[in-house]
Write a protein that binds this ligand. Sequence first.
Ligand SMILES: *Cc1c(COP(=O)(O)O)cnc(C)c1O
Length: 369
Amino acid sequence: MTSPDRCGAVLTIDLDAIAANYRLLRDRLGGTQCGAVVKADAYGLGMAKVAPVLFGAGCKVFFVAHIDEGIELRRILDGADIHVFNGILPGTEADFAEYRLSPVLNSLGEIESWAKFLAASTMPPLPADIHIDTGMSRLGLPHGELVTLLGERRRMPSFDVAYIISHLACADQPTHPMNARQLNEFRSALAALPAARASLANSSAIFLGPDYHFDLARPGVALYGVNPTPKNINPMAQVVSLQGKILQTRVIDSPRTVGYGATHSVVKGGRIATVAMGYADGYLRSLGNSGCGFCGGVRAPVVGRISMDLITLDVSAVAEHLCRPGSLVEMIGADNPVDSVAAGGGTIGYEVLTSLGGRYHRVYRDSSV
Ligand SMILES: *Cc1c(COP(=O)(O)O)cnc(C)c1O
């Protein structure tokens, strides 16, 4: 990892805020258990740092997307209950057993493979989840396969089912009719299947109310500070702050354009600061001429296109001593939360977080160690 002196930007990840966010969601859930989704390296924030903090805050059930993420998490947390959303790819059954990972079975074929594997295996039986597709058309048993399963008892899993799960398409839009539709379809499936614990809610669905909570919630993004209730004030604590480093500031002495494509013009007397991060660091190119930084609380708009390694800011309104070479500019933080950055780039907080680059100097704040 780069050093604070040499880096182009400092990424600070507040692990205390993640723990506080976990506790907030858990309180919100009342009696329902609260798990955590740590796929994609805990949404870009570093699973090896984040998962132990969540475990310490009381989280025992974790979800990842890929089996390799599950194997990595097993090495980090021996005592966690780990579930793999993407299910079993052919030939990976033994890996699930070896690393004590519960696959989320997404089709009749996967249910059959898992049953066959367990029947032939000498390893202690492992519970698996069953995913019922209620409206995403992505993973999980499509309606037809559910009907087949219910119609042919011999297909019913003979193994231990940990959770029956489904996933909402529009949980961040509380008034969207999809929510109730999916809830009803999920309830019907649960009523027809042998009794098992159930899980439906991602971050946003926790805020749809107790009908959506069932036995286990699976929040991801809200733990990391993104607003799960986009129409309302963000109830979550900010987790990420990104401070870009100024390389050079120039006073424009005659009218000029800035950056590739000459998409922005500056008048005489304007000041442009160049910051040492760019789209190769995951600062989205779509933030060209629309993002901003903050220098000592003063807004400095991104002007011109985002380059691979550089960003140009209009710092005409910023005091000179705040934009010298080496000065830090807040590109994400209290003044400029992840959700605002995402909106400026025409995307969502999830993508801003998971794009955070590998060249930043990372600082983890953790008062528990
Ligand atoms: C990613 C994911 C989650 C977590 O969603 P958030 O919106 O980040 O809370 C939950 N369930 C499934 C199936 C997922 O893929």
